[in-house]
Design a protein around this ligand. Structure first.
Ligand code: SF4
Ligand code: SF4
Length: 385
């Protein structure tokens, strides 16, 4: 390992520590009145949370442990992400949930919106009514109103006034964070890629847990500099380049990313919402009303709960070219109907570009790891690797 490679690995380790550092800080500052808002989805306009002087924390469950408890209440045949998220809340085993003063949910997929109804028995939950069309004027008007409603709710809950100027400041900060994350992800367009799949996942996923976005922006700047000069073994250029799309993945639900790495291929990009999906969507800072600016940005998120969802296919099409992907793996969590159905369109797109396509359906258990491995291995062999 060269000195440069070691430095970059140290920096990835720092991202792994973000959660524990954030937890210690929140614990410390809670006594002085710090407010925490738990969020479950990239549709939550976290700029508003920041403008309210609160800390947004991601609560999406990525681990299997609390699922059996969740299944006492929720149907077993439900997406593991929803069961894990609810299970952590029910068993009081996620300190970030415990510290949250308000939970913000959205009516994205059916499972999530019904889960939020039940979660209200545990904590105050504010559910944003998300329209499911990107372009319709009615959808846009509704979404603007929903963002205004969230603003009022937080003002009441936290007894603060959320000023426009504070929203613009938060918009600037989140834009800087997203731009840096995109620049970092884009370094994997190079051959050999600058990060392994697990490193890419660690950095993109973990950065969402910071208690202080200014701190994470500094970390990302430092990491980007290190990555730009990282020396990579030239042999890594021969690894098959895989693009991962589909449902969100995090540390704890990373098995497909890890298996691809272990099988000698490279996940060069992840289109899912824990990866690249929102990174091109910066909020326009030139308007008069920050809420309208936020509505434009968030309503464009190409999640499969939108109908139709053409921007996802456009994004995937470009990403396949930009990252020079040699194959696409589409990961669907069991019982996620929207991503499962959309997989048909993804397959058509990928096959149309003459590339191998593999659709995997899985959950958070390790019981299918062997069969996942066999299927990924078979695809790599078919590619002659
Ligand atoms: S996949 Fe869609 S609904 Fe699920 S967390 Fe991402 S943006 Fe939200
Ligand atoms: S993975 Fe699918 S089913 Fe699960 S929360 Fe996201 S959109 Fe809903």
């Amino acid at each position: 390992m060269t000195a440069n490679t070691a430095n970059t690995s140290d920096n990835v380790e720092k991202f792994m520590d973000i959660r524990s550092v954030a937890l210690a800080k929140i614990l410390d500052e809670k006594g002085q009145g710090l407010k925490v808002v738990g969020i479950y989805c990239t549709f939550c306009p976290q700029e508003l949370v920041l403008a309210a002087g609160a800390v947004p924390v991601g609560l999406c469950g990525t681990r299997e442990d609390p699922i059996p408890a969740a299944e006492e209440v929720l149907p077993r045949n439900l997406c593991p992400l929803i069961k894990s998220s609810y299970g952590f809340a029910l068993t009081d085993t996620c300190p970030f949930f415990a510290f949250s003063d308000l939970i913000v949910g959205e009516t994205t997929c059916d499972g999530k919106k019904k889960m939020f109804e039940i979660m209200q028995d545990i904590k105050p939950v504010h559910v944003m009514q998300l329209p499911h069309q990107h372009k319709s004027p009615h959808s846009f008007a509704l979404w603007v109103e929903e963002i205004r409603r969230l603003r009022s709710r937080m003002e009441e809950e936290f007894n603060v006034e959320i000023k426009d100027e504070d929203i613009w400041k938060a918009i600037d900060l989140v834009n800087r964070e997203k731009k840096l994350l995109k620049d970092i992800c884009d370094l994997n367009r190079l051959s050999p890629p600058r990060m392994s799949g697990m490193e890419l996942l660690t950095v993109t996923w973990s950065s969402g847990f910071s208690h202080d976005k200014e701190v994470v922006v500094e970390m990302l700047e430092e990491f980007k500099d290190k990555l730009e000069s990282r020396e990579i073994e030239p042999d890594a250029a021969h690894k098959p380049r895989i693009l991962l799309t589909g449902c969100p993945v995090g540390l704890g639900s990373e098995k497909v990313v890890r298996l691809v790495d272990e099988l000698g291929a490279a996940v060069v990009a992840m289109e899912n919402c824990s990866g690249y999906k929102t990174l091109e969507l910066l909020t326009d800072k030139n308007g008069n009303d920050p809420v309208v600016a936020l509505a434009h940005k968030y309503l464009n998120i190409p999640c499969s709960c939108m109908s139709p969802n053409p921007y996802r296919m456009e994004l995937l099409d470009r990403m396949i070219d930009d990252f020079n992907a040699a194959a696409v793996i589409d990961l669907t969590w069991q019982a996620c109907h929207t991503y499962n159905i959309e997989s048909h369109e993804v397959k058509k797109l990928v096959k149309g570009k003459g590339l191998p396509f593999l659709h995997l359906e899985s959950d958070y258990s390790s019981s299918d790891e062997e069969s996942l491995k066999v299927r990924i291995e078979a695809m790599l062999e078919m590619m002659g690797k």
